[in-house]
Design a protein. Structure first.
Length: 263
């Protein structure tokens, strides 16, 4: 698997699949590129998709260094530099949406179009999940916590038809310090002041039944980013991009295709 080295000496693994204009796909917290396994082909048929293993996950280094969303965004830039990609479309979901916000705000010339899925602006303006949801995820029994997360990601009907394996529940190979680092990074995200500076055309996607990252965050971001479009997917939970892929993936591609061709 190819790697690049960042300015602070960390090796970041990346994966490229497909042919066409580049599309960066950014996964959720404590997940590697496998987050996209079940939907990546929706994009790789017409795009050159680029994924990364965040530092701390997958085949990337797992340093005992501070983790932050800003650092993750800079790691993405290091991969784009390695691939000689000057500008790319970016689609980030969950914490990946936080990384995408930071990327688009800090590196405006590198992002042509932006899709933010099931994410939040963070900080005091972000809408936090309920105490009940938080408690369900920190149960002492790991299997009960896993089941709680599954129910937040997918609807009961979908789970009944799809027994797994699931690729959105976290990278089990992560060491404890990296897992904590990802939590700190995601919790420390606050892009509210930066969002008006995003110049890339932006689509905000969210499932209406998302309790893990409450849907109220979507209109907040859409109103804060100049010219952003908002699309809610009825009845969908956090992993709308997988459960509702037949709707969500075409929405993303249609939005990106409305822009001038990227070559």
């Amino acid at each position: 698997m190819p790697h690049t080295k960042t300015s602070d000496g960390v090796r970041i693994a990346y994966q490229v699949r497909g042919d066409g204009p580049p599309l960066v796909l950014l996964a959720g917290q404590a997940n590697d590129h496998h987050w996209w396994d079940d939907v990546r082909d929706d994009f790789s048929d017409v795009r050159s998709t680029v994924t990364i293993d965040y530092r701390g996950t997958g085949e990337s280094d797992k340093p005992h260094l501070p983790y932050s969303v800003e650092r993750f965004a800079d790691d993405v830039v290091a991969v784009l530099d390695e691939l000689a990609v000057h500008r790319a479309d970016v689609y980030g979901t969950s914490m990946g949406g936080r990384v995408a916000q930071c990327l688009a705000a800090r590196h405006t010339q590198r992002v042509r179009a932006l899709v933010l899925g099931c994410t939040s602006p963070g900080g005091q303006h972000g809408i936090e999940r309920s105490g009940e949801v938080r408690r369900s995820l920190i149960q002492s029994d790991p299997e009960e916590a896993r089941q709680a997360l599954l129910k937040l990601m997918y609807t009961p009907a979908w789970l009944a038809m799809h027994p797994g394996p699931y690729h959105t529940l976290g990278d089990r190979s992560m060491p404890a310090h990296a897992r904590r680092g990802h939590l700190v990074a995601s919790n420390g995200h606050d892009a509210w002041d930066a969002l008006p500076g995003i110049v890339a055309p932006t689509l905000v996607l969210h499932g209406t039944d998302d309790l893990l990252n409450p849907v109220a965050n979507a209109p907040l971001m859409a109103a804060r980013i100049p010219g952003a479009r908002l699309q809610l997917i009825q009845g969908a939970r956090h992993a709308y991009f997988e459960e509702c892929r037949d709707l969500a993936s075409p929405l993303v591609l249609d939005f990106l295709d409305q822009k001038a061709p990227l070559r």
